[in-house]
Design a binder for this molecule. Sequence first.
Ligand code: PHB
Ligand code: FE
Length: 345
Amino acid sequence: MAMAEAGIEAPKPSNPRNLSLQTKLAIGPTSNRTGYKSFTAGDFEFRRDGYFAHITWPNGRHQMPVDTFLRALMRDVAWNFFYGTVNFDLVFGTTNYYGEVEMFAGATNEAFVAAGRDFIQRFNSDELMRIFKAMIGDWTNAGYDPFAAPMETGAPWGTKSGSNDPAVTRVRVTAKRMVGLPGDVPRRTDKSGYPVNRMFADVAQDEPQIEAEPGFEDEVAAFNLFAYLSRSDVTWNPSVCSIVRESLFCPTSEEFTLPVEHGNDRVEWFVQLSDEIIWAIKDRDTGRYRAQVVCKAGDVCCMPADIRHQGFSEKRSMLLVWENASSKIPELIRQGRAPTVPVTF
Ligand code: PHB
Ligand code: FE
């Protein structure tokens, strides 16, 4: 997501494994039994049934509960493969090379790699995205919203039953400068279809009063970020609310689990704005546990560039994710020319 949002021109995608691009991408026929379509990307095959998403590749197969799969797929689609690696679970995922993307089975799992059973193929990002978008559209039934907290949506199970295109084609909010500025992303209101979430009923809704010097009325702005986040209809979906060059403030509201284990390709900061999130931190490449971090309101922490992390938030909470969208960082880190931590003491 980052570079297009920041208006930065991407360099040629790096290709550390020297993989060629796969060109076989296909939407299969509808199953008579389940009503769902199957999908092909390179040598990966995807199909779903009443409970599971099944992924097969030469010499391997994997299955995930379909709710877990759809929540993860939704994020990968909405974030355009995000920064670095999106692990759907301990086996399957994608790694973004910004223009091209690797899809893998077992490549971030120590046991698969040690057994020589990891499988990775590379794709043009837009081409794989077309398949992923078709898959989330076809596999999401009426009444199920993969962006919603589990207690705020229907169930995904069973044979094909309708669809929920408005939910799965949501466009991620990305401010050009800042929410609330003239011509930029508007604040959320009851009228615009964003009521206060049940878990944020106590969040004050007043807005700051702005007293700009004459002539600066269009330049000076402020908004109540807590009120804005209290009205988010989605979970675990950072949106760019303010941006200064490559520095992106991406606040989000969180309930239940971050549906992916995010493997960083750069440092990122978390500012816990309310309530509490427990973070499980693992080694990015092997999946070995490194830490559990409990972030309470007011805590600030930094995720190093060599880890993966997944958050758990029982009470809906507010989190500010702070990203540096510079396209140069992942390669500098790969070459050992930039550190994997923001500070050393
Ligand atoms: C992250 O991977 O850093 C991340 C993703 C989505 C969120 C919060 C954090 O909602
Ligand atoms: Fe992350």
